[in-house]
Design a protein around this ligand. Structure first.
Ligand SMILES: [Zn+2]
Length: 450
């Protein structure tokens, strides 16, 4: 059989893994074969024993929380990190994605700048939010990201219960997801005010002012509302196993809900918050070591749907301002370039998770949840998106070498025992370990049901 391109290696599919080859024509997978040499093509990329995973998907990225990052740079960072598609959050500086014109402008930027594929979240304004659901749905967002906690009154507001319910109902009519940053605004505003007044401003107070109850009370309210509204609910960055117990109870009762955790919560604890200070400040906060164990048990027993980076591209100045007062530092950390190698060591190396399960957590499950039907697995007819991982050798993460504008990570100088060998989007090599990122590759804006 004649095809345009052939990729060879140890192929990871949802059911099985084998040494074989993939035939690609017009950016699509036309054949997956267990016999090498079966397909004819002018271009053959043979990766030997390296793993060929489906292209990894990161559904939680903040390109424009820091406008110095932007789509071009973030997508290059993603390519280097083995991500073939990310979904960008709507809380952009200076203007969040709350109407069709802003959305269109962002889609234009993606067409001009993205080197990998990008999909988009929309959000709703603080007042009368549900009114914008239809125009953003028509424009092609994968869903709506809302918050119960006010990070910023204009860009990242707390949405009222009445507007949450109405947005849930309208989004459900469009078969779109409503996702939440779930923290209880009243509780943690009070705890933070108390701490500041008493000058308790060391790093650990970021954790102590956001105890688990500030997450769980927000989660359980949203679950109840979603069950009444028949919404498609997604809870982002779950940091605590108790939240997952509630989520999975509602799921068992028939509520349409999924949950993600972020790589930080699986790899770091309050010990790292004390050690690294502002670099390890994320919302919700890192939890105690025993709480991480419980989160890990949930993950390994199937209680978490997928894993994301919550990539927030802060720079040294955004973090160092909080060296003497943790409350002054920005929250969040970069992840696009390092999440996959770190999780590969942790999940496959340490926890003996299967290759197919790893691919499910980081490609198939997010693709299915957001109806990205041509993404997520290596199957005939789908897009030829692959991430090739070389499972030998070691290197050290250097925060000063990121492609991302971010130059500050709690994983600085952490040793990794695998590497991204290549990232392939629609059959095009966008990154190779030997030659770096192809800066002028063109990714596409991707809509749900595409
Ligand atoms: Zn986020």
């Amino acid at each position: 059989m004649m095809v345009e391109k052939v990729v060879r290696g140890y192929i990871v599919t949802p059911e099985e893994n084998f040494l074989g080859e993939i035939g690609i024509t017009n950016g699509k997978i036309v054949e997956v074969s267990k016999i090498q040499g079966h397909l004819d093509a002018e271009t053959v990329d043979d990766f030997g024993q390296d793993y060929i995973f489906p292209g990894f998907i990161d559904t939680h990225v903040h390109c424009y929380s820091n406008p110095n990052e932007g789509i071009h740079r973030a997508s290059m960072a993603a390519a280097k990190g083995g991500i073939t598609l990310f979904i960008d959050m709507p809380y952009d500086l200076p203007t969040p994605v709350t109407n069709k014109d802003i959305l269109k402008e962002k889609i234009d930027t993606i067409s001009k700048e993205a080197v990998i594929d990008v999909a988009l979240w929309g959000t709703v304004p603080k007042e009368n939010g549900a009114a914008v659901v239809d125009e953003l749905a028509d424009g092609g967002v994968v869903g709506f990201k809302l918050s119960t906690f006010e990070t910023d009154p204009y860009r990242f507001p707390r949405i009222s219960d009445a507007d949450i319910l109405e947005t849930m109902r309208k989004a459900a009519d469009r078969d779109l997801i409503v996702a939440f940053h779930a923290e209880n605004d009243e509780l943690l505003t009070r705890y933070i005010e108390d701490a500041k007044r008493e000058n308790r401003v060391e790093s650990i107070y970021h954790n102590l002012t956001r105890p688990p109850v500030t997450e769980t009370t927000a989660v359980i309210k949203l679950l109840d509302m979603a069950s009444w509204a028949h919404a498609k609910l997604h809870i982002v960055h779950v940091s605590h196993a108790k939240s997952l117990e509630y989520i999975n109870w509602f799921k068992a009762q028939g509520t349409n809900v999924t949950a993600e955790t972020c790589y930080n919560y699986l790899l770091l604890t309050t010990e790292d918050l004390k050690k690294f200070g502002p670099k390890a400040k994320i919302n919700p906060p890192l939890r105690e070591p025993n709480e991480l164990k419980e989160l890990e048990e949930q993950l390994l027993s199937g209680g978490i749907d997928f894993i994301t980076s919550d990539h927030a591209p802060w720079q040294k100045k955004d973090k160092s301002i909080g060296d003497d007062n943790i409350f002054k530092a920005k929250s969040g950390s970069p992840g696009l370039e390092i999440m996959i190698p770190l999780l590969f060591d942790y999940l496959i190396g340490e926890k003996k998770v299967t290759l197919s399960k790893f691919a499910e957590l980081l490609a198939l499950a997010p693709a299915q949840r957001f109806n990205l039907n041509n993404k997520g697995s290596i199957e005939q007819g789908k897009d030829a998106d692959f991430t090739v991982i070389h499972n030998r050798g070691s290197w050290q993460i250097d925060e000063n070498e990121f492609i991302s504008i971010s130059d500050v990570s709690p994983f600085h100088e952490h040793t990794v025992n695998n590497r991204i060998e290549a990232t392939i989007v629609r059959g095009e090599m966008v990154y190779t370990h030997d030659h770096g990122v192809v800066e002028n590759n063109r990714g596409q804006f991707v809509k749900p049901n595409y």
